[in-house]
Design a protein around this ligand. Structure first.
Ligand SMILES: [Zn+2]
Length: 264
């Protein structure tokens, strides 16, 4: 680990605990009259097998609302994939049942991803930490506010879904093109900048390790030294950056918060 450039950055790797620093975040996009929310994080007050997520009080929804966004403003909610830390605020509990948090929104689910998480294949206790499918996904179908999409779905002329399979079978990213600028929300394709130096490293949560490596390598090679802004789901603030080529692999170049504001 000591030779790693990224691992020598205390914002990315905590030497005292020997753990990577990981954030959990969603992204809100306003484009051509459509307000799209990508991933809704862990959620609060939900029963979870994983201790740090159980009956949590992260306050993510309150912080979203503090930016001036009302739950009624959201038109679409997209999950990059159906892991527990990406769907938690999809629903809230009231009047004896789980209800859509964003009452006007259509919730978009990639068909292949939904099939996997509702099949017998997804029975690993590591993956199914509590019945989050039952409280954060299935109620949306019962309310008639969920739609299936494929992994190349076009959301608006500026925004489309792109397949990045491996971490989960129907894992997707979101490509944004506007005014000649490009960005990709890369979901959980990689969880830490250290994976740019080591593209074959997976997390224990990657369902198909070989497919994960392949998607990551293709993605890095496609975007290396380009002006496409990358927005990974789990990078600490400011998560945005660029993939740069090195002699041996790649590196992640974080951009400053000031530069993010310039790009908006
Ligand atoms: Zn995740």
């Amino acid at each position: 680990m000591s030779e790693s450039v990224a691992a020598s950055n205390p914002k990315l790797y905590d030497v005292s605990s020997g753990r990577f620093v990981v954030a959990i975040q969603g992204f809100l996009i306003e484009s051509e009259g459509t307000t799209l929310l990508v991933d809704t994080c862990v959620g609060d007050c939900k029963l979870r097998a994983r201790g740090e997520f159980n009956d949590a009080r992260f306050g993510w929804l309150s912080r979203l609302q503090a930016t001036g966004i009302r739950v009624d403003d959201v038109d679409l909610v997209l999950s990059t994939h159906l892991h527990v830390d990406h769907v938690g605020c999809n629903t809230y509990y009231a009047d004896g049942g789980w209800r859509p948090t964003f009452p006007r929104a259509r919730y978009l689910f990639v068909d292949e991803e939904f099939e996997f998480w509702t099949s017998d294949s997804a029975t690993s206790p590591l993956e199914r930490t509590g019945d989050y499918v039952g409280d954060s996904i299935l109620p949306l179908f019962e309310f008639g506010v969920a739609d299936f999409i494929n992994a190349r779905h076009v959301i608006t002329p500026s925004i489309c879904v792109i397949p990045l399979p491996g971490h989960t079978p129907g894992h997707v990213g979101v490509r944004i093109e506007s005014d000649g600028q490009r960005a990709v929300i890369s979901g959980d394709l990689f969880h830490t900048a250290i994976q740019c130096e080591n593209p074959d490293w997976n997390t224990r949560f990657c369902v198909d390790p070989e497919q994960s490596r392949q998607s990551r390598r293709i993605f890095f090679e496609t975007h290396a030294d380009s002006d496409t802004l990358i927005l990974p789901a789990h990078f600490p603030y400011p998560c945005a950056g660029f993939i740069r080529r090195t002699d041996t692999a790649y590196r992640y170049e974080f951009i400053s918060p000031e530069r993010i504001l310039d790009l908006l």
